[in-house]
Design a protein. Structure first.
Length: 346
């Protein structure tokens, strides 16, 4: 079975072909970062219009890379939610229009399920069950994953997601958009002893997170700086603040993951989502895994951010379990807000 995946939940347009026998055949991605950079964040209307421009050329590219034709597609999976409503509508309409024209069934996929399953695209995928840390711009959640469609929420952020905290703190330091990678790079040059920022909820007995206070702590440090104006803070001090922030957020994420591993007795931890590409987080988790004797799995770096491959794969996994999950019903709706625990168990 060959499944076409269509991703358009935010500011990346991704298409991919996944073959249930031969694996990932091809994928193509366009990021809108350069377009949104001058606005300091994603502009939903611009994102939607760009998805319209990119979808069909990326489809052509994906088919050509795989050496396939549209008739070779057996089913089409698309991101139904969560995400930006207008952006989701573009991907859904493209997928359902293709399905109608090709007489192929279509399937709406949960964006977070795509992220959760993306490490299974690696050459050495984890086996079920495992603990998953889903950490991105919009979500920070700890899940127990017992199989495809079998997800138990252990804890989540009570306010800002980790990725939001990265971006907002980077903006406070004048680093622009996207801020997460920029603040992480700057932190590499910082002194870890210069600023000891708070570790919110690190020692609570649950698996929830809170990062808004950490962002506020960065704001307080910046405002209290003797120069008062961020542009006049020397680069070394900016690096020191960045290091204090990154160390704090990584420390909390690592502590919660170790706690979840201990609580469940599982020995496999999967990291998914854009912040999963963060090198400081990977180093911290790898060190904890070596000490506590569990194993950590990461998606390939190209699959940490939103992409069509994870949607094609998630759709294919669901169809392998239930071939009737895809329908030749081309009316569609999208779900900008869609809690993962509302996803139907297969």
């Amino acid at each position: 079975m060959i499944v076409l995946g269509v991703e358009s939940s935010c500011d990346e347009t991704g298409l991919a072909l996944y073959d249930t026998q031969h694996g990932l055949l091809s994928h193509a991605l366009h990021s809108q970062v350069a377009m949104h950079e001058e606005y300091g964040g994603v502009v939903p209307e611009l994102a939607s219009r760009d998805h319209i421009r990119r979808a069909i050329p990326l489809l052509t590219q994906t088919l050509e890379q795989a050496g396939k034709t549209p008739d070779d597609i057996d089913a089409i999976a698309y991101t139904q939610g969560p995400g930006l409503a207008g952006a989701l509508l573009v991907g859904a309409s493209v997928a359902c229009s293709l399905g109608l024209s090709l007489d192929k069934p279509v399937l709406g996929v949960h964006h977070l399920e795509g992220h959760l399953l993306s490490p299974l695209l690696a050459s050495q995928p984890p086996a079920f069950p495992f603990i998953a840390l889903l950490v991105s711009g919009g979500h920070t959640q700890l899940m127990r994953v017992d199989g495809v469609g079998q997800y138990t929420l252990l804890g989540e952020t009570l306010d800002d997601a980790a990725g939001e905290a990265f971006d907002k703190s980077a903006k406070l330091l004048g680093l622009g958009y996207p801020g997460g990678p920029a603040i992480s790079r700057l932190a590499e040059f910082g002194d870890p002893a210069a600023y000891q920022l708070p570790r919110p909820m690190k020692h609570t007995k649950d698996f929830n997170f809170s990062f808004s206070g950490l962002k506020t702590a960065v704001l307080t440090v910046v405002k209290n700086h003797e120069e008062k104006v961020i542009a006049n803070i020397c680069e070394q001090d900016k690096a020191n603040i960045a290091r204090g922030f990154v160390d704090a957020i990584v420390d909390v994420l690592t502590a919660k993951c170790v706690s979840a591993i201990k609580h469940t007795g599982l020995k496999r931890l999967v990291i998914a989502g854009g912040v999963g590409a963060n090198q400081q987080l990977r180093a911290s988790l790898n060190a904890a895994a070596a000490t506590k004797r569990f194993k950590v799995y990461y998606p390939e770096l190209e699959f940490c951010t939103d992409n069509g491959a994870m949607i094609a794969f998630a759709g294919a996994m669901r169809l392998m379990i239930n071939p009737d999950a895809a329908k030749k019903d081309y009316s569609f709706n999208v779900r900008p807000r869609w809690p993962l625990d509302e996803l139907k168990v297969i």
